[in-house]
Design a protein. Structure first.
Length: 466
């Protein structure tokens, strides 16, 4: 069973909590002085991954008056067309290392929007060279890589931003404010969920038959630090890689840094004390169809007890709607979070406005009107120009990414064969509770889980520690 209140987790005092939230990042987790561009100067941006989400990112950055693109990089030469139509005449590269070497000091900042297994390799290489980084969620594919992303950003004093743009949207900003201002009282428990499954893009259980590599795609560069495997049409590139443990992070890797973001922001939580998981079946190739991950975090002034439980589910699994105490003709959203408070509950849909329940508890309640959405991309660029930091820099996002990847470690233990259909068990006795020591970057009670915190890299592709 999952423990609800580990005895070793003392509750923070109000003074300690205020001090931690005021100084987190600015003094504790981030350099006091950041390298800034001159006011009103240009920010020269290089982009790694220029189609799909990469195109969306560069399109949003292009609207900033002081952004200039200096290099486009993609392992697939067939994917430059949209970026070229938006900004013509930018040099093309297939290898990010070649681009960084050739452009050198012409590059101020690098955007990374490629498969998860290469995030850390590209971003850390750029940070080593003093480049500011915008990296898509999740920051990295493993717990260890997520930690190194945070530590390298601190070491190099660069301005960073994770690409979970809903962090800056009005819906999530309003939801986090309501929690922090005590609209539902102290929070007792949180449930977060997403409708997608961990392997919905392919539904394959084993690697497929190989096929010819398309002309223009450098498959060796696409594989990067992951174990080499033959190319297979459609299955990996350009999108279905998320299903595979060698490249993506399943449902929680894809959406955890979106949906858990307001939970972390609102409650000021960082590293869990314990994590445990169950799923509908898993092997060593793909992620499970559905899973439940149960975290226990240290409590603070915003929580009702010395610890707080946060439960993640995906693949269509949701908490019992009765927990929300909403009207009978309403239902929980397909994806989102439910905060259980002492004075009521808040439902925060994924990209939707918060709602407070039961309705009778909030008669006459007025939602704040002064909350506005912000441009997530422009916040990063403005911070570079002004020598400030963002609320979603790696000093914060590193912890969020670690937590998501800790869930992926837990769901891989124990290994159970995948079945076409399966029933999620609730707290089955064979599911271990993993005790996490964040300072030591290890589990206290599971060598098997510790072995999954990082991965082996192909020669020449190792991610360097900070």
């Amino acid at each position: 069973m999952f423990p609800s209140k580990p005895a070793s987790a003392p509750r923070s005092s109000r003074r300690t909590f205020i001090k931690q939230t005021a100084l987190a990042g600015a003094l504790i987790h981030f350099p006091a002085v950041l390298r800034a561009a001159r006011p009103n100067s240009r920010v020269n941006v290089a982009v790694v991954g220029v189609n799909g989400q990469g195109y969306s990112d560069l399109h949003n950055v292009s609207s900033h008056a002081q952004a200039t693109f200096v290099g486009f990089c993609d392992v697939d030469k067939n994917r430059f067309e949209r970026a070229d139509a938006l900004v013509a005449g930018i040099p093309h590269f297939q290898d990010f290392r070649v681009m960084l070497d050739k452009l050198g000091d012409k590059v101020d900042a690098v955007m990374v929007a490629i498969p998860d297994h290469m995030h850390a390799s590209v971003a850390i290489e750029a940070m080593k060279r003093g480049k500011h980084i915008y990296c898509q969620k999740p920051l990295a594919q493993t717990v260890w890589e997520s930690r190194q992303m945070r530590l390298w950003s601190e070491k190099q004093g660069v301005v960073t931003q994770m690409g979970n743009h809903i962090h800056s949207a009005v819906e999530y900003r309003l939801g986090t404010r309501l929690i922090r201002e005590g609209a539902i009282g102290k929070v007792k428990e949180v449930y977060s969920w997403v409708a997608v499954t961990g392997n919905e893009r392919t539904r394959l259980l084993e690697p497929p038959a190989p096929g010819p590599v398309p002309v223009g795609l450098d498959w060796d560069l696409w594989i990067g630090g992951a174990p080499m495997r033959p190319y297979a049409p459609v299955v990996y590139h350009p999108f279905a890689w998320r299903d595979w443990q060698d490249f993506g992070g399943g449902a929680i890797g894809d959406f955890g840094c979106h949906i858990l973001d307001p939970v972390f922001t609102a409650l000021g939580i960082r590293a869990p004390l314990t994590v445990g998981a169950d799923n509908t079946g898993i092997n060593r190739h793909i992620w499970p169809t559905s899973e439940s991950v149960k975290y226990v975090f240290p409590g603070n002034e915003l929580t009702a007890g010395p610890t707080i439980k946060v439960t993640w589910t995906d693949g269509g699994l949701r908490p019992d709607r009765a927990l929300a105490r909403m009207p009978a003709n309403m239902d929980l959203p397909r994806s989102g979070s439910l905060f259980i408070g002492e004075k009521g509950n808040m439902v925060l849909p994924h990209v939707g406005g918060p709602r407070l329940y039961p309705i009778e508890n909030f008669t006459g309640f007025t939602y704040p009107k002064d909350i506005k959405g912000l441009n997530h991309y422009h916040r990063w660029l403005d911070a570079i120009i002004n020598g400030t930091k963002t609320s979603d820099g790696f000093d914060y996002a590193g912890w969020l990414s670690e937590a998501a990847q800790l869930g992926n470690v837990a769901t891989r233990l124990p290994l159970r064969p995948i079945k076409p259909t399966g029933r999620l068990m609730v707290d089955p006795p064979e599911i271990a509770v993993l005790e996490w020591d964040a300072a030591a970057l290890r589990f206290k009670n599971s060598p098997e889980a510790n072995a999954l915190l990082t991965r082996a890299y192909r020669p020449g592709w190792a991610v360097p520690p900070a």
